[in-house]
Ligand binder design. Structure first.
Ligand code: SAM
Ligand code: SF4
Length: 336
C-alpha cells in the first residue's frame, strides 16, 4: 500500500529484543540499556498477529533484528510461522553472527530467506574494542555457518568509523572467492553514538563516499586485488534484495562491495519500510522518535483497532528525515 508520498511500504523490520550479547560502542551504552520486563515485550503470538494484519496493507518482506534476535528463545519457530503467513514473500535476519553456528541450519530449514551479519573489522583487537566484549573468531564462525547452511546472499554489514581505521581491503578480499556481499555503512548519529567514550559520533568520524571509494580502490590495488568497479542497478551480479546500497565489485570476484549512505545521501524517496520495536511501537522513521503504540490494541483492542493504527502509521510516515544527532531510543532498541 502507498503512503502519503506515493511510496510502496512493503517491508517491516521487527525487533525481537533489546538484549544483546555484544556492546558495540556506536549502538548501546557500556552498561547496557534498561531491561524491559517480559510483559513489556511482544509475545511471538502478538508479533504473528501484527504480521498477519500488516499483509492487508501490503507488507511482503520481513526482517528480524534487535538487540540480538538470536538471543530470544524460540526465534526459529517465529521464522517458521511468519514465512507461512499468506502474503509474506521472504523473511530475513540481521545478526551479529555469534550464535549462528548453533542456529544457522535450523533457521534455513525453518524457511529463513536471507541473513545479514554485522561485522565491523577483521582484526581481533579492534573487534574487541568495537564490541567491548566480543571474540572475532566466534563472529567469523557465524559467517562460515551461514555459508555452510546454504544462505545466499550472505551480506556483511560494516559500519565505517574513521578513528577505527578499519582495513577495508581485507573486507573486499573476502568477496573474491566467496559469495559474500560486504556493505560499508555510514556511521549514524543515533542514541548513545553521540556520547560514547570510544568513537563518539561527530561529522569527522563519517568518511564521505568519494573518499571511501578512493581509499578502498587504492588499498585494493596495493593488495593486488584489482580495481573495484561499479555495478548498474540492473546488473545480474547484484545480490538479491538490492535495497538502498550502491554496489561495486572486484574483477573476477564472487561477491560484491556495497555502500550505504544513510545520512549524507539519504534514500528517503524510496523508503519502503516501517519498524516494530520489541515493546510494540511502530516507528515511522529510523531518525524520528515518532511512534505509534500497537501493544495496547493488541492486548485490549479489536482487529479493527489494530488496522486503524497501521493505517495511521502509513498516513503519518514522514517524507524524509531531518539531519539531527541523537534519538531518544538507543539503536539497540530500534533494530537498525
Ligand atoms: N544485533 C544485530 C546486529 O548487530 O546485526 C541486529 C541489531 S543492530 C542494531 C542492526 C544494525 O545496526 C547493525 O548492522 C549495526 O551495525 C547497525 N548500527 C547500530 N548502530 C549504528 C550506528 N550508530 N550507525 C550505523 N549503523 C549502526
Ligand atoms: Fe548488539 Fe547489534 Fe547493537 Fe552490536 S550492533 S550492540 S551486536 S544490537
Amino acid at each position: 500500500m502507498k503512503d502519503t508520498f506515493g511510496r510502496d511500504i512493503d517491508y517491516l523490520r521487527i525487533s525481537l529484543t533489546d538484549r544483546c550479547n555484544l556492546r558495540c560502542v556506536y549502538c548501546m551504552p557500556e552498561e547496557g540499556v534498561e531491561q524491559r520486563s517480559h510483559d513489556e515485550i511482544l509475545s511471538f503470538e502478538e508479533i504473528e498477529r501484527v504480521v498477519r494484519m500488516s499483509t492487508k496493507f501490503g507488507i511482503r518482506h520481513l526482517r528480524f533484528t534487535g538487540g540480538e534476535p538470536l538471543v530470544r528463545k524460540g526465534m526459529t519457530d517465529l521464522v517458521r510461522a511468519c514465512q507461512q503467513i499468506e502474503g509474506i514473500e521472504d523473511v530475513a535476519l540481521t545478526t551479529n553472527g555469534i550464535l549462528l553456528p548453533t542456529f544457522a541450519e535450523e533457521l534455513k530449514e525453518a524457511g529463513l530467506s536471507r541473513v545479514n551479519i554485522s561485522l565491523d573489522t577483521l582484526d581481533d583487537e579492534v573487534y574487541r574494542t568495537m564490541t567491548r566484549c566480543g571474540n572475532l573468531d566466534e563472529a567469523l564462525s557465524g559467517v562460515e555457518a551461514a555459508l555452510e547452511a546454504g544462505f545466499d546472499p550472505v551480506k556483511l554489514n560494516t559500519v565505517v568509523i574513521r578513528s577505527m581505521d578499519q582495513d577495508l581491503a581485507a573486507f573486499a578480499a573476502l568477496t573474491k572467492d566467496r559469495p559474500l556481499h560486504v556493505r560499508f555503512i555510514e556511521y549514524m548519529p543515533l542514541g548513545s553514538s553521540c556520547s560514547t567514550e570510544i568513537a563518539r559520533w561527530n561529522a569527522d568520524e563519517v568518511i564521505p563516499l568519494p573518499e571511501l571509494i578512493d581509499s578502498l580502490t587504492a588499498a585494493c590495488e596495493a593488495a593486488g586485488l584489482g580495481t573495484p568497479y561499479p555495478l548498474e542497478e540492473a546488473d545480474a551480479q547484484a545480490p538479491e534484495g538490492w535495497g538502498p546500497a550502491r554496489y561495486w565489485k572486484l574483477p573476477d570476484s564472487q561477491g560484491t562491495i556495497g555502500f550505504i549512505t544513510s545520512v549524507s545521501d539519504h534514500f528517503c524517496d524510496s523508503c519502503n519500510r516501517l519498524r516494530l520495536t520489541a515493546d510494540g511501537k511502530l516507528r515511522l522513521c529510523l531518525f524520528s522518535d515518532q511512534e505509534i503504540d500497537l501493544r495496547d490494541a493488541l492486548r485490549h483492542g479489536t482487529n479493527e483497532d489494530l488496522e486503524k493504527l497501521f493505517a495511521q502509521a502509513l498516513a503519518q510516515k514522514p517524507e524524509s528525515h531531518e539531519f539531527r544527532t541523537g534519538t531518544r531510543r538507543e539503536m539497540v532498541q530500534v533494530g537498525g
